[in-house]
Write a protein of this length. Structure first.
Length: 114
């Protein structure tokens, strides 16, 4: 299983980014896919999830600003991030549980700063 995240970068407060997670070895359509983030000195935080049926769930810290979606044909999960704040700065990682094992991708850095 490989999860390749991309789309991170430097953005000003109030800006937007869209992250992508291309999955290999698993089928996005039939799995719950998650986005986590980890900031320096902080615990890894679950940010957003999308089930096989398309149901979504968000942490309180991003609810209303972030949107998770998926393209089954491309086997890819997205995280649209709007109204970004400096506290959103972190490495964002894609995650899936497959046959009882947790898989995290390498992650992509998001930095929100003026």
């Amino acid at each position: 299983v490989q999860l390749q995240a991309s789309g991170g970068g430097l953005v000003q407060p109030g800006g937007s980014l869209r992250l992508s997670c291309r999955a290999y070895g698993i089928v996005v359509r039939i799995n719950t896919m998650d986005w986590y983030r980890q900031a320096p000195g902080k615990q890894r935080e679950l940010v957003a999830s999308i089930t096989s049926g398309g149901r979504t769930n968000y942490s309180d810290s991003v609810n209303g600003r972030f949107a998770i979606s998926k393209d089954n044909a491309k086997n890819t999960v997205y995280l649209q991030m709007n109204s970004l704040k400096p506290e959103d700065t972190a490495v964002y990682l894609c995650h899936v549980v497959w046959h009882g094992r947790k898989y995290f991708g390498r992650g992509t850095q998001v930095t929100v700063s003026s």
